[in-house]
Design a protein around this ligand. Structure first.
Ligand code: IPE
Ligand code: IPE
Ligand code: MG
Length: 256
């Protein structure tokens, strides 16, 4: 697939339904705590929410969903929780991939794999290969992902492959090396759990994404909550640097 126009280089086409949604699935630990359960129960429950959100996205006509599953900073958590998340990830890959494949869903995983157990890396690669040809929907899981890692990794890989660019390079030179450069940039970003921050998620790709924050904890994020986020998105005026008047003139021109 070729490169898609970047939101800072040209103005992308906008549709009523976001083509690409990026989600920080936050609040699992607090959800469990409220119920006097260990944090890991929240993560387990979060997997069910993800299943439902994938289904809802497909029904609504969203084409790409990217979810933050484990950040490059999440290694700082207690070892027990980190280990649980790793085994949950492995279990997901073992149990869910056939189901994704049956539903024509392509699975991608972004992030630095070098710190993962080789068995987990193997399962990730196998899942990606199996589903690579699927077309209806793309689910991307960000694991040991960090926005700064993404940019640094892109620059390093680019310079390794094209040492001549050390003299100077453009956005177009760099873009192909960034995660998901062959997908439209996210139209809508959702963070559950009440925090209003990016936490080192897709720093580059979110340049012109509409941001939506909700207090709802991830295990309680339903199809209705997703629809609320999308209806908030629909009310936004995506100007990409232009003025409202310019957009209005353009719309009137289209009608004429
Ligand atoms: C998000 O939920 C899931 C991961 C980071 C893996 P949290 O575990 O951060 O839940 P809270 O923020 O502590 O409630
Ligand atoms: C962001 O959530 C990462 C994921 C959801 C995987 P965190 O809960 O780790 O973020 P901070 O630490 O509160 O910013
Ligand atoms: Mg959190």
């Amino acid at each position: 697939m070729g490169l898609l126009p970047s939101s800072t280089r040209s103005i992308p086409d906008i549709s009523d339904v976001p083509r690409h949604i990026a989600v920080i699935m936050d609040g699992n630990g607090r959800w469990a705590k409220q119920r006097f359960m260990p944090r890991i129960m929240g993560h387990q429950r979060g997997v069910e929410t993800l299943r439902e959100v994938i289904r809802a996205c497909r029904d609504l006509g969203v084409e790409y969903l990217t979810v933050f599953a484990f950040s490059s900073e999440n290694w700082r958590r207690p070892l027990e929780e980190v280990n649980f998340l790793m085994s949950l990830f492995m279990k997901m890959l073992e149990r869910e991939v056939a189901n994704l494949h049956r539903n024509d869903i392509r699975l991608r995983i972004i992030g630095d794999r070098s710190r993962f157990d080789p068995k987990l890396v193997q399962a990730m690669t196998a899942a990606e290969q199996l589903t690579a040809g699927n077309k209806t929907f793309t689910l991307t899981v960000a694991a040991n992902y960090g926005g700064r890692w993404d940019v640094m990794n892109a620059v390093q890989t680019m310079l390794r492959e094209q040492p001549g660019l050390a003299q100077g390079f453009s956005e177009e030179d760099l873009t192909p090396y960034l995660s998901l450069s062959d997908e439209p940039e996210p139209d809508l970003f959702i963070r559950t759990g009440g925090e209003q921050r990016i936490s080192n998620f897709m720093l580059w790709q979110l340049a012109y994404t509409e941001l939506y924050f909700t207090e709802v904890l991830w295990p309680e994020f339903t199809r209705q909550e997703l629809e609320l986020a999308i209806s908030s998105y629909r009310k936004r005026e995506r100007r990409f640097g232009r003025t409202s008047e310019q957009l209005k003139a353009r719309r009137e021109g289209d009608d004429a």
